[in-house]
Write a protein that binds this ligand. Sequence first.
Ligand SMILES: [Zn+2]
Length: 420
Amino acid sequence: MPISSRAEISEAFPSVQQEVARLAASAEMRSAFAWLRAQEAQFAHWQLEMARVAAPPFAEAARAAWLTQKFRELGLDDVHNDDEGNVFGTHPGFAKSYVSLSAHMDTVFPTGTPLNIRQQGSRLYGPGVSDNGAGLTAMLAIVALLRSVRIRHALPFVFIGNVGEEGEGDLRGMRHIFATPRWRDSIIASLVLDGAGSDTIVAEALGSRRFEVIVRGPGGHSWSDFGTPNPILVLARAIHSFTQTPVPTSPKTTFNVGVIRGGTSVNSIPESASMRVDIRSTSMAEMERLEAALRIALDRAIDDESRVTEARAVSQRRPFGLSYEVVVIGNRPAGELDPNARLLQVIRAVDTQLGNAAQIQRASTDANIPLSLGREAIAIGGGGSGGGAHTLQEWFDCNGRELGLKRILLTMLALAGVSA
Ligand SMILES: [Zn+2]
């Protein structure tokens, strides 16, 4: 998607731009902005407190309880958790369709990771403090604002702390929400908060499919059973032919063999060997084509290895029992936002209004799920700045949080419609 200049955007969507300008100049927004500015110490406090509640993959319950409690304290309606562990709270409007604001609760850090969460000046340090401490804190800031400053919006809001965004969580939280009729049929625009910053708009969902491929054979002694088919050699053949598959630069499509395992000892013909393969693209069709290529490469490799060993077998022993299995270990659907989507017009008009330069990006986030269903969704940051994501040295700087919060607030209200 080409990144247009601000002037071009204003010309392309004059009505949305005017609407956002009118909204930003309203008395409610001026008091909202002043309130957000005054609350920074509270926001940083929440962020530190939350980051101290561990939320390893598949073990987000303690943090979910913390967030549920905050949603209640801050006066959201219908605060509840679903079967998957997602946390919900709503803020009323006058219509039935929702604008959602969500942030994932899980971190990449396993149980037992030392969480040395601390503050030095405007900087917060520690695992998960930015990803997704920044997103969760921004969501809480908007919730708190709606209680303190009276703003009437037409569409209701649903606020969601979801599980399972990172790694093998495989977007399970978002997947569950969009498989639930109540939400699937009512959320018309999804704003996903992930990490720090105000300079990106993830409007293209990078899909991925990940596989564990296991090849099995009879195994044997390297000398006396020579001629028995070898699973490691099958993998080697399969890797060689799979990686010859051409991939387009647009839509960008990639593959990787990231892990390879197998065998017992140098003088054993292995009984099994395995590899982990990662396929990524913004196009579902490209991912499907590559998956098919992987299976064809495996079929051929089995045939070739069987043929070669059959010819080589000196004993009467028939080469038997070569098989493979492909286990899906990750599946994130691809998709992209229509360039004419209202959500895109709104966020760009908001960025123009705030003098914020943001770029459209392609990434794998919770927005993949609604985008893959043809829904309007983007992922943006919670403001401020951050770094060292997924490391113990992770940090977040509160400077610039205000810009991120204004951006989120204006976007939500422009999407929902504000009644005077
Ligand atoms: Zn994240």
